[in-house]
Ligand binder design. Structure first.
Ligand code: ATP
Ligand code: MG
Length: 414
């Protein structure tokens, strides 16, 4: 079964308001094993609404309209759906009476235009709105010979949420075979999206039953896997099969196989090895330390370190000889290694990290361009040092540099 969600309201076609209801609905629909194939946002305009409604009932089994059910002239959803489906609208007199009562209880005179909220599509069930005045509607009908389910729901999020959970969810649950969903998230560090996908796509394309979404950004690529099956075990087995094959293919570039962040994994490995970490950061200005300390319990393995942005502080806090800086420059392989070794010794840590680079946008030269970063990791027995050139703005260079540093620590601990 496929669903289409239609958000109605001209405000959502401005730069100031967004359709967030559809995110809520998509989550709930997915729980039932129903995928959303189309989402549309349309303004409060009758012709546009009719056109959108016609297209939707032509292509989706379940069409959810939300918004435009109120009492004002621009609330046109009922009228548009009736026109699109060629179904009559009938005024429900019981609803009118109830509405009058509601106003009377609050000692208010009901404005005449409110009665348009009581126009019901022929054959539709009226859905009570416990949080507002505009009732919803549920219609099971045929359109061009195909069975269709149509829901009209109010736009205000709290009204929509309640009506969905109490009125729509039970109806849909009855129609759907019992379904269980399993998900997995794999994360890959320090590889470009296309390089990862080149190797991963032949695997996940073999399994169309597992929905695979690839998300890239901030120095990592994520695979979000999701399968629906009759039982939880079956669904889990399906996602696990794809996850295992991806891990086999991508090897130790996969740092997370259940959605953990890189800093969580590094923290976990440090604790497992009972190792202490210290950092000396120049261009990342403490970002590596910030990320590690964002993990609860990191005090067991993270000692601290120094932000050594100026050359003087590199010497004062990390014992970098001024002559070394003079000979090789602050952004150099030699300084990165010395930062890692020295901070490890100064802090009596097991592993030391040194980061130095040019985050930009200024400060680059032909020989040492913006984005050039050296990261070193030292454990007393060996040093690893990597030179990389990252592209993008200052934030991106710093983020990638911190990602590289954490990934190198992870690899050293593996
Ligand atoms: P109804 O008449 O069905 O109660 P409406 O469209 O007439 O809804 P509006 O007064 O236009 O009601 O909107 C009420 C509030 O709900 C507004 O703040 C609006 O931005 C918000 N809203 C409407 N649709 C959505 C949506 N799809 N996502 C998030 N907010 C929405
Ligand atoms: Mg509206």
């Amino acid at each position: 079964m496929i669903a289409e969600i239609i958000a109605i309201g001209s405000e959502m076609l401005t730069p100031y308001r967004q359709d967030t209801n559809s995110l809520f609905l998509t989550e709930r629909l997915n729980e039932l094993g129903i995928s959303v194939a189309f989402k549309t946002v349309v303004g409060d305009n009758l012709d546009h609404l009719i056109s959108v409604a016609r297209t939707a009932v032509g292509r989706a089994d379940l069409v959810i309209f939300m918004g435009g059910l109120g009492p004002t002239k621009d609330d046109l959803t009922r009228e548009a759906v009736a026109a699109a489906l060629a179904i009559e609208l009938k005024r429900d007199n019981n609803l009118v009476t109830e509405l009058y009562k509601r106003f009377a209880e609050r000692r208010l005179q009901m404005p005449e235009n409110n009665t348009q909220q009581c126009d019901v599509l022929a054959g539709a069930v009226v859905l009570t709105n416990t949080k507002g005045t505009a009732p919803g509607q549920w219609l099971e009908t045929e359109f061009e010979g195909k069975a269709r389910m149509v829901a009209l729901l109010p736009g205000p999020p709290h009204e929509l949420h309640t009506m969905w959970d109490t009125e729509i969810m039970p109806r849909l649950r009855e129609k759907m075979p019992p379904a269980a969903i399993a998900t997995r998230v794999l994360k890959v560090a320090m590889m470009g999206e296309s390089a990862v996908d080149l190797r991963a796509a032949p695997i996940y394309k073999k399994y169309p039953n597992v929905e695979t979404t690839v998300l890239a950004g901030q120095g990592q690529v994520e695979f979000h896997l999701r399968a629906t099956a009759a039982t939880k075990q079956e669904a889990q087995a399906e996602v696990d099969r794809v996850a295992d094959e991806l891990e086999d293919e991508l090897g130790d570039a996969v740092f997370s196989s259940h959605g953990e962040s890189l800093e969580e994994i590094v923290s976990y490995y440090l604790q497992m090895r009972n190792a202490k970490l210290a950092v000396a950061e120049s261009c990342t200005g403490g970002l590596v330390a910030e990320r590690i300390t964002s993990v609860a319990g990191s005090s067991r393995s993270f000692l601290g370190g120094a932000v050594v942005y100026s050359n003087d502080l590199k010497t004062l806090f990390a014992d970098i000889p001024p002559l070394m800086i003079e000979a090789h420059g602050a952004v150099s392989r030699e300084v990165a290694v010395a930062l890692a070794e020295n901070i490890r010794e100064l802090c009596s840590a097991d592993i030391g990290v040194g980061v130095t680079g040019i985050a930009g946008p200024g400060g680059g030269t032909e020989e040492k361009p913006v984005g050039l970063v050296y990261v070193a990791v030292s454990n007393g027995h060996k040093n690893e040092v990597v030179q990389r050139r990252f592209f993008g703005d200052r934030e991106r260079v710093r983020r990638w540099a911190s990602q590289l540093a954490l990934d190198m620590v992870r690899r050293m601990l593996m």
